[in-house]
Design a protein around this ligand. Structure first.
Ligand code: CTP
Length: 402
C-alpha cells in the first residue's frame, strides 16, 4: 500500500504546457489513496481547466482569494489551505513561479499558500532546456532546496518547443513514485513488519449471545497507526471493535473469537519483526456452543467454561528474532506480577497498566503505563493520550531493536 494513502496533498499547478499532465497527476495521487486539493494560477487555466481538476480531485479548485464579481464571495484562506496539507507539490513549476517562490513574492493565491505551508513542499520544474540550464533557474532551484523544498528533477526528451533536452516535467507516475520513495526515506521502521492484536474477543454461547469485554481496541489501533507512520508494514488483527481506522496503510484483519485471533495472528507471526499483543482476549469460553438459542426454561443456567488459547504465550513459545511485547492489566503487586508474566510468556517487554491509576485501561482516551523490559529496565510514564502512549512504546521498542 502506498505511503501516500490517507495523506492530504495540495497540488499547485502553474502556467506551463505540462499543466495538461496535472490531470494525470491528480489521478495518480488519488489512486495512491491521497486526498487532493488543487490550487492553480489564473494563467494555468489556459492550459488545463479547473473543471477537469476539480472533477478528478473531487474537490473545488482554488485559484483566487475571492471570486471576482461575486459580492457574496468568501475569502479563500491560504493559511488554512497551507496548514491542511500534509505535503504540497508544485507541478508543473514554471521558471516564473519557482523564481517567485525563491524570492518570497506573494502576488497570487498559490504563492501565498506556499508561504503559509508548514509541510514538505516538492517542486517539479517544467521549462525549455535553455531556461532550465540558465544560471538564474539553477540558482532558483538551489535556493528552493536550501529552504528545505524537495526538487523532482525534470527529465530529458522532446520539449514543446521542438528542442530536445532536459526540462520536461517528470511523468505523473514518476512524480508519485519519487514522493513515495522520499516519504519512506529515513523512516526508522521501513522494511520492518509489525503484528498487533487488539480489541475484545466475543466467545459464542449460542447463536445470539456471547461472552465479551469492554475493550474498545483504541490502544492497539493507535499502536498500529504509529507503527505505520514509522514506516512499518502493519498487520492489525482486530477483535469486534466499533472503531474505524483512519489510517488505511494499516492492513486490518477483523476477527471475532479468540480462536480466530489466534489463527490470524499465527499466520503472520513467523514473518514479523515486532509483535504486540494489545488485545483483551477472553480467558475462558463456553465448552459447548449451543446450536439453537438457549430458552429460559430453568431458574438458573450453568455454562461450563474452558480456557482459551493464550495467543501471546503461544507466540513467546515459538519466537525466534521477533521482539515480542505483551500487556498486563493488574490491580495489586503490579510490577512483580507484570515481570512474572513477562518471564512466563517469554516476552521482550511488557506494558503494565494499573487499574489503580485514574485514566488508565478500557474505554478511555488516555492511558498510564509502565514499560518493563526483560533486562529489568522499568520505565514509568505520565498519564497521556493513547496516541502518545503508542509513540512512547515504539520509542522503547526501537531503542531495543535498532
Ligand atoms: N493474551 C493473549 N491471549 C489470551 C490471553 C491474554 O494473547 N488468551 C495477552 C493479552 O493480549 C495481553 C497479555 O496476554 O498482552 C496479558 O493478558 P492478561 O489477561 O492480563 O494476563 P493473563 O496471562 O491472562 O493472566 P491473568 O488474567 O491471570 O492476570
Amino acid at each position: 500500500m502506498s505511503v501516500l494513502n490517507g495523506k492530504k496533498v495540495l497540488l499547485g499547478v502553474t502556467a506551463g504546457i505540462a499543466a495538461y499532465k496535472s490531470a494525470m497527476l491528480v489521478r495518480a495521487l488519488i489512486k495512491a489513496g491521497a486526498t487532493v486539493q488543487v490550487v492553480m494560477t489564473e494563467k494555468a487555466k489556459d492550459f488545463v481547466t479547473s473543471l477537469t481538476l476539480s472533477t478528478l480531485s473531487r474537490n473545488p479548485v482554488h485559484s483566487s482569494f475571492t471570486i471576482e464579481g461575486d459580492d457574496n464571495a468568501v475569502w479563500t484562506n491560504h493559511v488554512d489551505l497551507g496548514l491542511w496539507a500534509d505535503l504540497m507539490v508544485i507541478a508543473p513549476g514554471t521558471a516564473n513561479t519557482l523564481s517567485k517562490m525563491a524570492n518570497g513574492t506573494c502576488d497570487n493565491l498559490l504563492l501565498a499558500t506556499y508561504l503559509s505551508a508548514k509541510c514538505p513542499v516538492y517542486f517539479a520544474p517544467a521549462m525549455d532546456l535553455d531556461m532550465y540550464i540558465h544560471p538564474s533557474s539553477q540558482t532558483t532551484f538551489d535556493k528552493l532546496t536550501s529552504f528545505g523544498n524537495i526538487m523532482i528533477p525534470a527529465t530529458s526528451g522532446e520539449l514543446a518547443s521542438g528542442l530536445v533536452g532536459q526540462g520536461r516535467m517528470a511523468e505523473p507516475d514518476d512524480i508519485v513514485t519519487f514522493i513515495e520513495d522520499h516519504l519512506k526515506e529515513g523512516l526508522p521502521l521501513v522494511g520492518k513488519r509489525v503484528l498487533i492484536t487488539a480489541g475484545p474477543t466475543y466467545e459464542a454461547i449460542d447463536p445470539v449471545r456471547f461472552i465479551g469485554n469492554h475493550s474498545s481496541g483504541k490502544m492497539g489501533i493507535e499502536l498500529a497507526i504509529c507503527a505505520s507512520q514509522l514506516g512499518a508494514e502493519v498487520e492489525l488483527v482486530l477483535g469486534p471493535s466499533a472503531l474505524q481506522i483512519s489510517d488505511s496503510t494499516v492492513n486490518v484483519h477483523r476477527v471475532t473469537s479468540g480462536q480466530e485471533m489466534y489463527d490470524k495472528a499465527h499466520s503472520f507471526f513467523e514473518g514479523v519483526d515486532i509483535a504486540i499483543a494489545a488485545a483483551a482476549v477472553a480467558d475462558y469460553k463456553p465448552a459447548e456452543v449451543a446450536t439453537e438459542k438457549i430458552k429460559k426454561n430453568d431458574d438458573s443456567l450453568t455454562i461450563n467454561l474452558v480456557k482459551t488459547k493464550d495467543i501471546l504465550a503461544s507466540m513467546g513459545a515459538i519466537k525466534k528474532n521477533q521482539f515480542l511485547v505483551g500487556f498486563a492489566l493488574e490491580t495489586e503487586n503490579e510490577q512483580e506480577n507484570a515481570l512474572k508474566k513477562l518471564k512466563k510468556k517469554n516476552l521482550d517487554a511488557i506494558v503494565l497498566n494499573s487499574l489503580k491509576d485514574k485514566g488508565a485501561g478500557f474505554k478511555t482516551k488516555t492511558n498510564k503505563i509502565t514499560f518493563i523490559e526483560k533486562d529489568g529496565t522499568i520505565l514509568p510514564y505520565d498519564l497521556k493520550t493513547k496516541k502518545e502512549v503508542a509513540s512512547d512504546i515504539f520509542e522503547r521498542i526501537m531503542t531495543n531493536i535498532l
